[in-house]
Each structure stands twice: as structure tokens, then as C-alpha cells.
Design a protein around this ligand. Structure first.
Ligand code: AMP
Length: 320
């Protein structure tokens, strides 16, 4: 299969945070990087489909970041630019890059954010509700007209402080994407398969549970797919990997230009998301994603396919 091509079609709607991040790893430290769930997701999705972005930034947000979005066919009509400071987040990674702690979060203009869909965005058929408060995610759905497929991301913070709103959201979406620790936190269930089933009982038709460098599980009530992560020797900064995954996943689905998606489509979307996430972590911020070519994407997709199929020739029986 050929890696999905960008084609002129209805844009995918992406809502989330647009941020200035300060990131510390064991070897490097960088302040004021372009970040935010919507930034990573929108740039990743833009490899497959035009994107309509909904978010908010302050008057301090650098113009060259806006240019970067525009160059990637990301429509900014829904990005509110208001007087004040942009949302800021700082995080620090341990030597084990699966472990990070938030150093601080400054809401700034996000404090008064109410996402407003421009009229042209309301008929979007595929929507990604990136990681923001679930009441804001619900508010976006209130304004949209019968989307075909809604993906939502969340995080530990919302499971702790906004669980009723999150539960309400789960009844309105098609797929929830979250990481393993969040799935355990939300369901109070250690086993991830049991946790996934409990999440499906709350409403969504599908759940994708990310396991960092160990890949991702995709489940419906009757189907299961396990996808490894692309093996990398050097991970510079894992920030945004989850958002790049969600953006690649959703952008790929939207590019199919269909009103219904089967489990095979979703499996392919998981693989496309996995490839985008693997590029994301190779640099800080969006540096690698914004330099990425379609040739590099196709090449990694082909390698990943080869390394995931251990026996192309035969459907040999288990030898006992
Ligand atoms: P990820 O590594 O996929 O979990 O995403 C990291 C991104 O999430 C960073 O670029 C942050 O700016 C953004 N982020 C962190 N905390 C929040 C929050 N409370 N709400 C929205 N976005 C956030």
C-alpha cells in the first residue's frame, strides 16, 4: 500500500492547545519552543489532509510559528489571537524517557478560552479533539453538525479534576486515545485489556491505548490490534509524540474521504500515527516534523511494514 497522499478534500478539524514549551532532558534544555497538543497534531495531520485549527494564543506568540502552520495548509481562521500571554508548559524527562514530570503550567490566555467554530468548520466530518479540558471538547461538539468520526485525546489532569465532563464526552465520541497510565487511572484497572473494555463501556466504539516506546493497542468490542513502536536508537524529546500520533491517525482517516470506517482503516490509521510519532521524537519541538518529506514517510512506512511481517511467504502452521 502506498503511504496516503494529500488530496483536495474536506479539512480535518483539530482543536487543542497551542503552547510555548520549556523542555528539559538529561542532556539538553530549551525554553519557549513551539508546542501544544494542537500544534503537533495539526502538523502531523497536514501530511494527509488540509487542517482547520481551533485554539488560542496570546499577542506574544511569534509570527514565524503562524507562518509555519500556514505553509502546511493549516487554516488559522479558528485560531484566536488575543491580548496577553500564550499558554506555557514546562516538563522534565528522566533518563527513562517514558517518565516525565510537569514543572509548571501557566494557563495565561487559555484561562478564558472558549473554542468557537467558524461557520465553515461546523460541517467537518472528521474531528480530533486534542488534549484540552473535556468541557471545552464538549463545547466544540455542541457546535459541530453531525460529524462522521470524532477522536478525542485526554490526560491525567482531566481524569483527576474533570471526570464527570470527561465521562459525558466519552458518550459522544467514536474513539478515545490515551496512554496506558491514563487508562489505568480512569478505570482503576491494572490490566490494559480489562481497562480498554471498561472504557468502551463508557461510550466510544474504539479505544487506542498508547504505551510509549512499546507501541499501541487498538480495541473495539470485538476486534483487537497490537502495533509496535518504530524502533529508534536516539530519542531526543518525546514531547508531543501522543499528539503527533493522534494527528497522523486522524489525518489519515480523513484522507480516505469516506463516511464510514472499518477496523482495517483504523489499523492503518494506527500505523500512520505511529510513523508520525516516531519522527516527532527525533528532535525537540516540531523541528523534525516540519522538515519531513513524503519520501521519508514512505520509506519508514515500508521499513515498518517489513519489520512487522515476520513471514510473508507462507501461512505456516505452528510447529509442535
Ligand atoms: P504529549 O507529549 O503528547 O503528552 O503532549 C505534550 C504537549 O501537551 C506539550 O506541547 C504541552 O504544551 C501540551 N500540554 C501540557 N499540558 C497541557 C494541558 N493541561 N492542556 C493542554 N495542553 C497541554
Amino acid at each position: 500500500m502506498v503511504f496516503a497522499q494529500l488530496c483536495a478534500a474536506m479539512a480535518v478539524l483539530i482543536v487543542g492547545s497551542v503552547a510555548l514549551d520549556s523542555i528539559k532532558t538529561q542532556t539538553e534544555e530549551h525554553p519557549d519552543l513551539l508546542g501544544g497538543s494542537a500544534s503537533y497534531a495539526a502538523v502531523s495531520a497536514s501530511f494527509f489532509q488540509p487542517v482547520d485549527l481551533v485554539g488560542i494564543v496570546g499577542s506574544d506568540f511569534p509570527e514565524h510559528h503562524l507562518d509555519l502552520f500556514r505553509e502546511r495548509q493549516i487554516d488559522l481562521t479558528g485560531l484566536q489571537i488575543v491580548e496577553g500571554k500564550t499558554f506555557r508548559w514546562a516538563g522534565e524527562y528522566e533518563a527513562d524517557m517514558n517518565k516525565r514530570r510537569t514543572l509548571h503550567t501557566e494557563l495565561n490566555v487559555f484561562e478564558s478560552f472558549s473554542p468557537k467554530l467558524p461557520p465553515a468548520y461546523r460541517s467537518a466530518s472528521v474531528i480530533l479533539l486534542g488534549n484540552i479540558g473535556p468541557e471545552l471538547q464538549n463545547h466544540v461538539l455542541d457546535q459541530s453538525e453531525r460529524p462522521e468520526f470524532v477522536v478525542a485525546d485526554t490526560m491525567d489532569l482531566w481524569i483527576t479534576i474533570a471526570q464527570p465532563e470527561l465521562i459525558k464526552l466519552l458518550g459522544r465520541i467514536d474513539l478515545l486515545v490515551l496512554n496506558d497510565s491514563e487508562a489505568r487511572q480512569l478505570t482503576e484497572e491494572e490490566n490494559l485489556i480489562k481497562a480498554a473494555k471498561k472504557i468502551l463501556d463508557l461510550g466510544p466504539k474504539y479505544v487506542a491505548i498508547k504505551k510509549g516506546e512499546h507501541g499501541c493497542l487498538l480495541l473495539s468490542r470485538t476486534e483487537f490490534f497490537s502495533c509496535g513502536a518504530y524502533p529508534l536508537e536516539v530519542v531526543k524529546d518525546p514531547t508531543g509524540a501522543g499528539d503527533a500520533f493522534a494527528g497522523g491517525f486522524t489525518g489519515y482517516l480523513a484522507s480516505l474521504n469516506r463516511s464510514r470506517f472499518g477496523f482495517t482503516d483504523l489499523k492503518r490509521a494506527v500505523v500512520h500515527g505511529t510513523i508520525l510519532a516516531s519522527f516527532c521524537v527525533e528532535s525537540f519541538s516540531l523541528y523534525r516534523l516540519t522538515k519531513l518529506t513524503k519520501g521519508e514517510l514512505q520509506d519508514r512506512y515500508d521499513r515498518f511494514r517489513d519489520m512487522s511481517h515476520y513471514d510473508e511467504e507462507s501461512r505456516a502452521e505452528f510447529r509442535i
